[in-house]
Design a protein around this ligand. Structure first.
Ligand SMILES: [Zn+2]
Length: 396
């Protein structure tokens, strides 16, 4: 894997590059839709291809639990099994060790499988699983903690992350090349930890970059309890310390505004569940700001969701109809809004790439900082209404 940097914006650290993976040439900065369980929720592969998403994120822990690695070994890899022809980045399972019930020891993360029995995910097993999945970009197993953790806890987790990163790299180097695959070996990224302690983040970045074996670097442990300004400060601090010739990935972040701020600070890769997860709550990101389609103000609204968008939700339906689908909890509503949100994210990234290459990013950044922070200006949201509890209805 290699990174070809084409341009760095004046007055910003934003950069446009091409990431050459085993399967694609991915133009960066790029947003990767999250396909945790080998599917981007409610979206077909045809929709994702039309979207122009050249790389998806899949999750090692979830795929290990179900369907299990034997399926990928039988089919060759995840790509062939699910029918995806482009690149895949896999998370190592480190975030699930944080978000699900789990015991951490030096050996690895002890998680629960489907049958309730505990399952040890070690750095070596995570690499073996990611290789069986056929990932283009693998992550080391890291010890992720809340960004509000104490200094002692953060320090211990960071040093464990470093030891696990070295074990992951050794396992990756020791693994034999798959005999039936022509593709070049997958890339391996290290993960910088250190919560919101600037000196620990610096120590982590310096330690991991002192080893030349990692193909790229991720910033982990953000958007887990930190404020937006903490997130931006840590991102800025870390990206400054990462080598310019390797890709930088900000894990699990975030809103369109977070993406803009991340690109401005020199990040190349992003992933987040927000476009699809918020769609299920009726939230749409538009050129007029963020809209909550559950609100009654849209019941009679006959304009499209976003005049600047040509996706199916915007081209064929009114806000009123989308509001109705959301109120009825119709899966079609989730699907349409998720598609729209993904189109919005992908278009935002394409606009950023174009502005970096034209060296107009600084002005675009200033303008978008205001626009992306807005909520519907025609119907400014007031205080949240109190939710009345309904009495349980007796079935007739
Ligand atoms: Zn749309």
């Amino acid at each position: 894997m290699r990174l070809e940097v084409h341009a760095v914006a004046t007055g910003s650290r934003a950069r446009a590059a091409t990431l050459v993976t085993s399967h694609d040439r991915v133009e960066t900065p790029v947003f990767m839709p999250v396909g945790t369980r080998a599917t981007v929720r409610t979206q077909t592969l045809a929709q994702l291809e039309q979207l122009g998403a050249p790389i998806l994120l899949a999750n090692t822990y979830h795929l290990l639990v179900r369907p299990g690695l034997e399926v990928f070994e039988r089919f060759g890899d995840l790509r062939r099994w699910m029918g995806w022809t482009h690149s895949i980045l896999t998370d190592s399972g480190g975030f699930q060790a944080f978000s699900l019930p789990c015991t951490i020891s030096e050996a690895g993360a002890e998680l629960r499988g489907l049958d309730g029995r505990s399952m040890l995910l070690s750095p070596e097993q995570s690499i073996a699983a990611q290789r069986a999945i056929g990932s283009d970009i693998m992550m080391v197993l890291d010890h992720c903690i809340a960004s509000t953790s104490s200094r002692a806890e953060t320090c211990a987790a960071m040093h464990r992350t470093h030891r696990w990163a070295e074990r992951s790299l050794a396992a990756h180097r020791a693994a034999p090349a798959a005999p039936d695959r022509d593709a070049p070996p997958a890339a391996l990224f290290a993960i910088v930890q250190g919560a919101c302690f600037a000196d620990l983040r610096r120590t982590s970045a310096e330690f991991l970059t002192s080893n030349d074996g990692f193909d790229g670097h991720a910033i982990g442990g953000l958007a887990v309890g930190d404020t937006r300004s903490q997130r931006e400060d840590i991102t800025e601090l870390v990206t400054e310390l990462l080598p310019a010739d390797r890709p930088r990935y900000l894990m699990g972040v975030g809103t369109p505004l977070d993406l803009l701020e991340g690109v401005h600070r020199g990040v190349d890769l992003f992933d987040c569940i927000l476009p699809t997860a918020l769609a299920q709550q009726g939230i749409a990101f538009t050129s007029h700001g963020r809209l909550d389609l559950q609100r009654g103000v849209y019941k009679l609204a006959d304009q499209p969701l976003d005049r600047a968008c040509a996706c199916e939700a915007c081209a064929r339906h009114s806000r009123s109809y989308l509001h109705h689908l959301m109120k009825c909890q119709e899966p079609l509503g989730w699907q349409l809004l998720a598609q729209h949100n993904l189109v919005f994210y992908v278009r935002l990234m394409a606009a950023m790439r174009a502005h970096i290459r034209a060296d107009t990013f600084a002005a675009f950044y200033r303008e978008q900082r205001e626009l992306l922070a807005r909520a519907d200006p025609d119907h400014p949201p007031g205080p949240r209404p109190r939710v009345k509890r309904r009495k349980p209805q007796v079935p007739r």
